[in-house]
Design a protein around this ligand. Structure first.
Ligand code: ZN
Length: 411
């Protein structure tokens, strides 16, 4: 089996790994580079079969529904075969009416946790992961008597931490090659242990107890684990959680009994005016109809502010002007985005006298969990991917042999 990483050996995002065996080609992820200033101008990698049908091109296995892992697929021919988890596909479909991250793939095959499947000469076993994206997987790929394990993005401190522990106990070993993510290696300056979602929940609960007004939770609506963290903290503090239409629509699409439902008594649903304008423009009233009995309007939010915690994003700021007395904003995204966002969130908080706090934990494993992963898989060769600091892998792990973007090598 031969491997060519088109992108990702020296950066976080844009993962694209080409595997070749017996003249057949399979891709693991084809994401948008996060560093691309203009996604519209990012070109497809030079791979036969992406634009014109080629019987030797077998398709793309997508690890999880984050843009840096699937974002470039939209530029490939629409009949491209895509392998993806069924909940991951539901999330991407549900996002379509709400902006550029939604997508429908035409030729989809679903895979499942620990159920191995064959595509041409490749035998693939997916392993469900703990990550900030819902329905995220790692893969063991076997071909030509060789094995390659692709971690994709994972962590061991989230709501699915048990999955990570289970995996470590039963991991396939030794593997010939481990392609392992190292997002936090560049970011955290050697900080080893990340805060768990459970600790985050406690921290948010404690802070809610001393919040006199509206609690605003700024997190990604697609980060279902983080939603559950906020929802639980909010419930414990005796507050009702308010989802916006986007989050409600995603929860509805997933339809999981284990998750709060926007149609039941757990949640209220807010339609921000920016979304409302879009719905009127596109006459997509069906999107809101299921939640009419659960709708909450700005007047009620202002009146009951101290009883509520609600999802927030800057596009809602104008809707909430009259509900901000004693409010607090719980920022729960990677803090690096604060500097990149066009909207100056902290300045907005200062002028509105809204308290600002960061309550976040990474979607990616810290070094100690990555060490446990390496120990469990016993790779003969470890290739860094999804990291801005591949040169630092050697300080933490054995058998590191970095690769370069665009170069072929044998497993
Ligand atoms: Zn990623």
């Amino acid at each position: 089996m031969r491997v060519r990483i088109h992108r990702g050996t020296k950066e976080v995002g844009g993962n694209c790994i080409e595997l070749s065996s017996g003249g057949k080609t399979l891709l693991l992820d084809m994401g948008m580079p996060l560093t691309a200033p203009d996604p519209a101008n990012v070109k497809l990698p030079q791979i036969e079969g992406l634009q014109v049908e080629d019987r030797n091109f077998l398709g793309i296995v997508v690890s999880h529904p984050h843009f840096d892992h699937y974002g470039l697929i939209q530029k490939a021919r629409s009949s491209t075969r895509v392998f993806i988890g069924s909940d991951a596909e539901k999330i991407l479909r549900a996002a379509i009416p709400f902006g550029s991250f939604g997508v429908v793939f035409q030729n989809v095959t679903h895979y499942q946790h620990r159920v191995c499947f064959e595509v041409g000469p490749f035998k693939i076993t997916p392993f469900l992961n703990d990550h900030s994206a819902f329905d995220a997987y790692s893969f063991l790929v076997e071909a030509d008597g060789q094995s390659l394990f692709y971690s994709a993005d994972l962590r061991g401190h989230g709501r699915k931490a048990r999955l990570f522990d289970q995996f470590l106990k039963t991991a396939p070993k030794p593997v010939d090659v481990l392609l392992m993510e190292g997002t936090t290696i560049g970011r955290e300056n050697g900080k080893e242990v990340a805060k768990s979602e459970a600790e985050l929940e406690r921290e948010i609960f404690e802070s809610l107890k001393v919040t006199p007004g509206l609690a605003l939770a700024y997190f990604s609506a697609q980060n279902i684990d983080r939603f559950v963290t906020f929802f639980k903290a909010s419930k414990r503090a005796g507050r009702t959680f308010v989802a916006d239409l986007y989050l409600a629509h995603i929860l509805d699409a997933l339809g999981r009994k284990s998750l709060p439902s926007p149609r039941g008594n757990d949640l209220r649903v807010f339609l921000p005016s920016a979304m409302k304008r879009r719905i009127v423009r596109e006459k997509s009233f069906d999107l809101v109809a299921p939640y009419y009995p659960k709708r909450i309007y700005p007047e009620e939010i202002a009146r009951c502010a101290s009883d509520l915690m609600m999802i927030f994003r800057p596009s809602m700021a104008a809707d909430l002007e009259n509900a901000l007395r004693g409010a607090k904003l719980f920022y729960s995204l990677w803090p690096g985005y604060l500097e990149r966002d066009g909207f100056d969130l902290q300045a907005w908080c200062v002028t509105r006298k809204v308290a600002f706090e960061i309550h976040h934990t990474s979607g990616h494993a810290g070094i100690s969990d990555l060490k446990r992963l390496v120990k469990a898989l016993e790779p003969k060769r470890l290739v860094p991917i999804h990291s801005f600091a591949p040169q630092r892998f050697r300080s933490f792990f054995p058998n590191v042999q970095p690769a370069n973007d665009g170069e072929w090598w044998e497993v």
